[in-house]
Design a protein around this ligand. Structure first.
Ligand SMILES: Nc1ncnc2c1ncn2[C@@H]1O[C@H](COP(=O)(O)OP(=O)(O)OP(=O)(O)O)[C@@H](O)[C@H]1O
Length: 291
């Protein structure tokens, strides 16, 4: 039973038989089994049940996102996507187990764990009068000794993350004075500044315009190329279709895990979205339009 409510998210690992895209027989196939490079496990959640305010929200499921892969969780409103991501981040207690790099969640010293995983939540409340720079610097806390000031490495990491999200020019502005999209880019920079091997993001594209959505995909790809595991909850299906693995949820369950190009994945998407999608390949890319 994972009863921990960690101060920061975690990442988990899984045995090889549950590498990315694999799941219990009743859930999915293994899209990467045929590839030469077996993915390296990062995070693993085995959940028997999760209730919120006494109401059952998640049913039994297993999810084991790998390193060097971007996993996108999709599904209709209320499917349980955010709840699952929060459970994977150690932010919600649940009946089941959670491991990070093959080490049980609770076995990690909290500070070390916080350096391994970064979390970007949905509608996060942050001190609105903090400057954007100071908000991003919060991402460096797990790297700093107790009460120690930020060092040159912290400043470099913050500047790099803010430049990557094009939020550097607002560094002196209070968070509360920024627009929705500007604020989102600062919060993304905070998650990037952790420089963790695992990144969990809940609706990171909310408020972002199309060019900045593309920039986000580019950043994710860079992180994945560097070996990170990225897990995101997305409503933007066309962006999610660019992920390595789609996890399709409905009614508190994972109904399918598979690569975006797979016809079984398309069928699962159609099922959970009431057959109201047009899934097409355009210039080599899969897209999903509202039908
Ligand atoms: N604190 C709570 N108490 C009781 N039920 C809750 C609570 N928070 C969420 N729920 C319910 O849990 C279910 C899953 O919610 P969750 O936010 O995980 O869904 P989601 O798939 O992320 O939805 P959306 O796409 O609308 O953001 C919903 O039915 C929601 O009403």
């Amino acid at each position: 039973m994972n009863r921990g409510t960690a101060s920061s998210p975690s990442s988990l690992a899984m045995p090889a038989e549950h590498a990315i895209g694999t799941a219990p027989a009743d859930q999915t196939g293994d899209p990467l089994a045929a590839t030469a490079l077996q993915p390296v496990p990062a995070i693993r959640i085995t959940l028997r049940a999760l209730a919120l305010s006494g109401r059952p929200v998640l049913k039994p499921l297993t999810l084991a996102p790998a390193r060097r892969a971007w996993t996108a969780i999709v599904g209709p409103n209320g499917a349980g996507k955010s709840t699952l991501l929060r459970a994977m981040s150690g932010l919600l207690p649940f009946d089941g187990s959670l491991t990070l790099d093959d080490r049980p969640w609770a076995a990690w010293p909290a500070r070390e764990r916080a350096r391994h995983i970064a979390w970007m939540g949905q509608n996060e409340s942050t001190a609105e009068d903090l400057t954007a720079f100071d908000v991003v610097m919060l991402g460096r806390l797990p790297h700093q000794a107790w009460l120690a000031p930020a060092n040159a490495q912290d400043h470099t990491a913050v500047q790099l993350a803010m430049r990557q999200t094009q939020s550097w020019e607002w560094r002196e502005r209070p968070l509360g004075s920024l627009s929705g999209g500007e604020r989102q880019r600062v919060l993304l920079a905070r998650a990037l500044a952790v420089q963790s091997g695992v990144l969990l993001m809940d609706e990171p594209l909310a408020h972002l315009d199309p060019p900045h959505q593309s920039d986000w995909v580019h950043l994710v790809r860079e992180r994945v190329r560097d070996g990170a595991a990225v897990v995101s909850v997305l409503h933007e299906l066309n962006i999610a279709m660019q992920a390595d693995l789609l996890v399709v949820m409905d009614d508190g369950r994972i109904v399918h895990q598979g690569p975006p190009h797979d016809t079984a994945t398309h069928a699962a998407l159609q099922q959970v979205f009431q057959q109201r999608l047009l899934i097409l390949q355009v210039q080599g890319r899969w897209i999903a339009l509202n039908a």
